[in-house]
Design a protein around this ligand. Structure first.
Ligand code: SF4
Length: 557
């Protein structure tokens, strides 16, 4: 059982006769765990959630705020509960990164919103894709980004338009429910689930059941922090960087099933998920997933936001205790011991054309760091349809796939995709670069990211260097684009410029990676104090690192 005796309030270190005679009593201080009786909110976020279930804010948006406009919004809804419906205020234009930390939240708020649409498993029919494109054009000034969690993210959304947007999304089975907030966020799945020749079990039914039963369930809508999930047969998703992951494995007696991992997460205190050593059949994934969420809900730390992710609980308990609590208190049964999963021979990013198991092909294409647009997505739907496809997939690397293409259509489709700015034969740098939202819209950002990453891609492509080096560009320490697990991970901060003044730049993390294939070792990139670059210098900095990598490889040959 968890105890909350390990955190103390500290005490005076002054040496006095009284202190010598009678040691100060070290007051026990809880972590705010519900299961240990700490139900009274210990910080403003917990208070907001307790005062009113954030899911209830939708009714207020539809009945009040959409009619009376931005000024009518209760601040506790605006900066707290709106997230449960995928809404964040976006950053007011023109506020530089140096002022991010010193301004009050309301001074950073624009009257427009970022809106995240959850695309569980990254799966979209063309009908859904056209609705996503239409909303971008009608309500979001043509903005749309494919995020590194297979979501679609819009900007410039007005509160007045939300009822119409929900109506359009929900008419085709899409939603923004719990796309943000302290909730079970979008479920990541393999972009080739159900079509890959390498897959033994399609995990999609488990994803669908989790979403249908539990997303929007008030009983699971007040978690200590966000909760990220992977359910995938293939190791083509970042399963080590999520709160819970189910990864395909063949048990020697029980056959194909899923290996359970818990406690991964990056941000400012990165940790990789750990195996619980259990085998879960497809049909039991939703029940076991719910059990893990309930462990988090009831035992997760709620006192400090920066210790509230599941990874801290797993780190403190260890996996043996986590498994025992999950089995004994939440599932009421023992789980079956299971082996570690086999990994593919090489990492898979699905770019280019690949055979499906039904004889047709899928074609992976790369926008630049996930940035697409309403017109581009409309064109994508038309191009896919013209080449016989009725569905696309989004990847957790900010890329997309067109499924079910006849082999004889592959070349024509690839050309047509290139014609709309989606490269089906991308350079290595284009296929392996990601960027978070950055200062353009994100209120926490210190530096610009999307245009910066695009400048790196264009520069490296112009040099003719074509190396499999991943570059993850992040606008602040929160690591939304996975700073610590790239070959070159970039954390936005102000750095000294050529004249000594502070300018936008990055702390560099070198040599990180996740285990996506046999023989690969996951680990966080090395962060050396002096390893920094300005944004202006970044393209040539990446070129120098690439050339050094190439020279090193030649020396090894
Ligand atoms: Fe915003 Fe920072 Fe996340 Fe980038 S890493 S999207 S700047 S919070």
């Amino acid at each position: 059982m968890a105890t909350d005796t390990d955190r103390t309030s500290g005490g005076s270190r002054e040496h006095s006769p009284a202190a010598t005679a009678k040691p100060a009593v070290r007051r026990k201080r809880g972590e705010g765990q519900w299961a240990l009786g700490h139900r009274e909110p210990l910080n403003p976020n917990e208070r907001t959630k307790k005062d009113d279930n954030p899911l209830n804010v939708r009714a207020r948006i539809e009945s009040i705020y959409a009619h009376h406009g931005f000024a009518s919004i209760d601040p506790a809804d605006l900066r707290g509960r709106f997230r449960w419906w995928g809404l964040y205020t976006q950053r007011k234009p023109g506020i530089d990164g140096g002022r991010t930390a010193i301004l009050e939240p309301h001074e950073l708020d624009d009257e427009y919103f970022m809106l995240r649409v959850r695309i569980d498993g990254g799966q979209l029919s063309l009908e859904q894709l056209r609705v996503v494109a239409d909303i971008s054009t009608r309500y979001a000034r043509d903005t749309a980004d494919i995020t590194d969690r297979q979501n679609i993210q819009y900007h410039w959304i007005r509160i007045e338009d939300m009822p119409a947007i929900w109506q359009q999304l929900e008419a085709v089975g899409l939603s923004t429910t719990e796309a943000c907030g302290d909730t079970p966020r979008v479920v990541l799945g393999s972009p080739v689930a159900g079509v890959s020749a390498d897959e033994l079990v399609d995990a999609t039914p488990a994803i669908d059941e989790i979403v249908a039963k539990y997303v929007g369930d008030p009983a699971l809508s007040n978690l200590p922090r966000k909760f990220k999930t992977v359910v995938s047969w293939l190791a083509d998703v970042p399963y080590e960087a999520n709160d819970v992951s189910f990864l395909g494995v063949v048990h020697p007696e029980h056959g194909p099933g899923f290996d359970l991992w818990v406690g991964g997460g990056l941000s400012t205190n990165p940790m990789l998920a750990q195996r619980l050593g259990v085998w879960v059949p497809l049909a039991e994934i939703p029940e076991v997933w719910k059990g893990v969420v309930e462990v988090f809900r009831d035992y997760g730390y709620r006192r400090l936001r920066n210790r509230a992710r599941l990874k801290f609980l797993v780190a403190d308990w260890g996996v043996a205790k986590f498994r025992q609590v999950l089995e004994d208190e939440f599932l009421g049964r023992k789980l079956i011991d299971g082996p570690a999963p086999d990994l593919p021979a090489r990492p898979i990013d699905h770019m280019g054309a690949h055979p499906q198991r039904d004889g047709s092909c899928y074609v992976g294409a790369s926008p630049i760091v996930g940035r697409v647009s309403g017109p581009m997505l409309h064109s994508l739907a038309d191009v896919a349809e013209a080449h016989g496809s009725q569905r696309v997939r989004l990847t957790p690397h900010q890329k997309l796939l067109v499924l079910d293409v006849a082999p004889e259509q592959v070349e024509a489709l690839s050309d047509a995709l290139e014609g709309i700015g989606l490269q089906a034969r991308p350079s290595q740098i284009r296929r392996s670069t990601m960027a978070c939202t950055g200062i353009e819209y994100c209120k926490l950002a210190i530096v610009e990211t999307k245009a910066t990453a695009a400048a790196v891609i264009h520069h490296i492509e112009s040099t003719g260097l074509d190396l499999p080096i991943s570059v993850n560009v992040n606008g602040c320490p929160n690591a939304c684009a996975r700073t610590q697990v790239a070959d070159i991970g970039l954390k936005g901060q102000l750095v000294p410029g050529p004249d000594g003044e502070l300018v936008e730049g990055f702390q560099v993390h070198l040599g990180g990676g996740l285990t996506m294939a046999q023989g690969q070792q996951s680990g966080f990139g090395r962060k050396l104090r002096g390893l920094k670059t300005t944004t202006a210098e970044l393209p040539s900095y990446v070129e120098r690192l690439s050339r050094a990598y190439l020279d090193g490889r030649k020396d090894e040959d």
